[in-house]
Design a protein around this ligand. Structure first.
Ligand SMILES: [Zn+2]
Length: 74
């Protein structure tokens, strides 16, 4: 299980790196950017990327970043 795997992404708002876990992604939890305070919600479409991630192991960690779409809660 990779659910506790920490991953990095860039905040769509302030462009700084923030970390999240696969577990948060799978549960569709929103995360709060520690830099600008914006809330980022993972869309359902990312769950497919997670499945792919689990199949492929760590090599896809960089790949998944490009597939995840995030929406800003404003
Ligand atoms: Zn931010």
């Amino acid at each position: 299980m990779l659910s506790n795997e920490e991953m990095e992404m860039k905040c769509p708002s302030c462009k700084k790196n923030l970390t999240y876990t696969v577990d948060q992604l799978q549960k569709g939890q929103s995360i709060k950017c520690p830099h600008c305070g914006d809330e980022i919600k993972f869309e359902e479409s990312s769950s497919g990327a997670v499945r792919k991630l689990e199949e492929k192991t760590k090599q896809s960690l960089e790949d998944i970043d490009k597939k995840i779409t995030v929406t800003m809660k404003k």
